[in-house]
Structure formats: structure tokens, C-alpha cells
Design a protein around this ligand. Structure first.
Ligand code: AMP
Ligand code: MG
Length: 335
């Protein structure tokens, strides 16, 4: 009996030690799961602080949260100046830069078309369902709205955005998660931690081994792994994240603004990794990482790799035949 009690005590001690060493907390924000892992028992407080900060960002920049900047802007009539926050102005600035750098492959003004396809957070239900795609004529009728610089007039002094067409709409879904992760440095401080917001991941004060998900369900669920260095973030854009099928064809959520249809340049997953942009460390590097992953997905192999090299980031690109390219100085191991 004594022996059983002693063994139980040892087991409990081991469990306490394990939990004490590393702790994970899960939340739901930005329409996806948030997982925070830190290395000691103050983690709960840090994780809650991170959740609250991200939740605050979502209420400003999500187009589907009532009274957010984008919800008010998207439903506004043309020629009405809509007041927006500094966060929205900064996201617009980064987005415009990426719009130009990517030859308009990255384009937050494509939102009316994203909505028509049913990929907005209000409409999309679950990946893999069967659903009919929209008619070409309906897509074509909305494409003129994806003219970022002519549809939106931004006044940085008075902090307003004015639409030039009542039907124009913006969506920062391809950059907002990365942007928000980049703003967590103050909350995390010197604590060793890794934050995963629906596949956008950032690591602080430690190197972490991170896996890249297999885009197809063949064999292992992890395609490969690499080391995410302290201060770096990763963003993955993939055709398996939000999609439906019709007549055996997969229709996914990353829209090529030049056609209004799901991008189809042979890439099925692209992960961008960086802690600096153009060799310069900055809090917005995670935002650029996010925007670049979407851009490369739309651009395809050649133009995508050109963009990756121009900006100086690392990448793993997976093609539809499951072959892959690794760009930059990355210790990627295929699993
Ligand atoms: P991500 O997962 O970061 O590649 O972002 C994909 C999301 O961004 C989609 O769910 C849409 O809301 C939006 N989106 C789709 N296509 C584009 C595009 N070409 N440029 C900018 N945002 C897009
Ligand atoms: Mg993105």
C-alpha cells in the first residue's frame, strides 16, 4: 500500500513538473484558434493578455464585426468620409505597398469577389463541402471594384477613408493576423513563448522547431520542419484552409484579382518566414510575412520567388505535384 502511495506521489510530481515547465492556452479570435505556449507558470496571465490584445484588434479591423472600422467603411455610401483608427491606416499603408510590390496580386479591395465566392467569415462554414461556384458574369461585374488606389481615398491627416463607389469594400484578412501578432512584443516581454494564430506563428526569446502542415492528406500530416528563430514569424497560405468542391474541382479562398477566380498557378501551399524585411527588423515584419504568403500564392513560382528574393525573406513553396522549393537560409527538413 505504502509502495502504491509512493509511486502515485512520484507520478503527481512528474505531472506537476511537466505542466510547470511548459504551458499552453487556447482561445478563439479572428475566426480561428489562438494557441499560446510559454515556459513557466506565469503563462496564463501572458496568454490572457495576448488574447485580449488580439480581440481588441479584431474589433477594429475585422469586416464582419459590427461597428469595426471596416464594417462601417464597407457599408458606407460613396463620397462619405469614414473615420478610422491608426491601426486601419497603418494596415492600409502596408497593404498598398504590398499591392504595388506584388503587381496587384495582393489586393484587399478584392473583397466583393471574395464575398461572391462565399469565402468571407460570415458565409464560409467548413472546408471541403460541396457547393456551386458563382457565375463568370457575376464575377466580371464586380472586378472593376478591385482598383485599390482609385476606389479608396485615404486622408492620413484627418484619419478618414472615402470610397469612390458605394459597392467597393476592403478586407485585411490576408495581412491582419500577421500584423496583430507583430504587436505582441510589449506584452510578451522577455518571456520565452510561441503564439500560433490559425497557422500564423511568431516566436519570442527562443528558437522553436516548427512544422509545416501537409497540404494533402497523404502520409504524415506534417510536410516538414525548420527552426523558427526568436523574433521570426511564419505565415502559410494554402488551398486546403478554406475551400469547397464542385464536380470534382476544388475552389479555394485565395482569389487572383486578375481573373476573380481562385489562384491557379500551381502552388498549393506557401510558407513565408522572416524576422526582418529588406534586412531591417521592424514590428511590422509579421504583417509583411502574412501579405507576402498570399501574394506568392497568387503570383506562382517564378514571379513569387522573384518577390521573395527582392524582399529578402525565407520560404517553403509546395506545388500541386507535392514537389517543393526552399528559398533563403532555412534549415528545412522534409518529413
Ligand atoms: P491568407 O490566408 O493570409 O493567404 O489570406 C486569405 C484571405 O485573404 C482570404 O480568406 C480572403 O479574405 C483574402 N484574400 C483572398 N484573395 C486575396 C488577395 N488576392 N489579396 C488580398 N487578400 C485576399
Ligand atoms: Mg496572408
Amino acid at each position: 500500500m505504502k509502495r502504491i502511495a509512493f509511486l502515485s506521489l512520484i507520478l503527481i510530481l512528474i505531472l506537476v513538473l511537466l505542466v510547470g515547465c511548459s504551458s499552453a492556452s487556447d482561445f478563439y479570435v479572428f475566426g480561428t484558434t489562438l494557441q499560446v505556449k510559454t515556459e513557466n507558470d506565469i503563462s496564463k496571465k501572458v496568454a490572457k493578455g495576448i488574447y485580449e490584445k488580439l480581440d481588441g484588434y479584431e474589433s477594429i479591423i475585422s469586416p464582419v464585426v459590427a461597428n469595426s472600422d471596416l464594417e462601417r467603411l464597407n457599408k458606407a455610401e460613396k463620397d462619405v468620409a469614414v473615420s478610422v483608427s491608426d491601426i486601419t491606416l497603418e494596415l492600409y499603408k502596408i497593404s498598398l505597398e504590398m499591392y504595388n510590390l506584388s503587381s496587384h496580386a495582393f489586393n484587399p479591395a478584392i473583397y466583393p469577389v471574395v464575398k461572391l465566392w462565399g469565402f468571407d467569415a460570415n458565409t464560409f462554414v467548413v472546408a471541403g463541402q460541396s457547393k456551386q461556384p458563382p457565375q463568370q458574369a457575376d464575377i466580371d461585374a464586380l472586378l472593376y471594384l478591385a482598383d485599390l488606389e482609385n476606389m479608396f481615398v485615404v486622408d492620413y491627416t484627418n484619419k478618414t477613408i472615402t470610397k469612390k463607389d458605394s459597392n467597393a469594400m476592403l478586407d485585411f484578412g490576408a495581412v491582419a493576423k500577421g500584423y496583430s501578432l507583430g504587436q505582441l512584443t510589449d506584452i510578451v516581454g522577455d518571456k520565452k513563448s510561441i503564439v500560433d494564430l490559425g497557422g500564423n506563428i511568431i516566436g519570442f526569446n527562443k528558437d522553436y522547431t516548427v512544422g509545416i502542415r501537409s497540404p494533402r492528406n497523404s502520409g504524415s500530416s506534417v510536410f516538414g520542419k525548420f527552426t523558427l528563430h526568436s523574433g521570426e514569424s511564419i505565415s502559410t497560405s494554402g488551398d486546403y484552409q478554406r475551400y469547397y468542391e464542385f464536380d470534382g474541382v476544388r475552389y479555394h479562398h485565395i482569389i487572383d484579382p486578375s481573373t476573380g477566380k481562385p489562384a491557379d498557378k500551381g502552388i498549393i501551399s506557401v510558407s513565408i518566414i522572416a524576422g526582418s524585411i529588406n534586412g531591417v527588423e521592424n514590428t511590422n515584419s509579421a504583417a509583411y510575412v502574412d501579405a507576402i504568403s498570399t501574394s506568392v500564392f497568387v503570383l506562382g513560382k517564378e514571379k513569387g520567388i522573384e518577390l521573395i528574393n527582392t524582399i529578402g525573406v525565407k520560404a517553403v513553396i509546395i506545388y500541386s505535384d507535392l514537389s517543393y522549393d526552399v528559398c533563403g537560409d532555412l534549415d528545412f527538413i522534409r518529413l
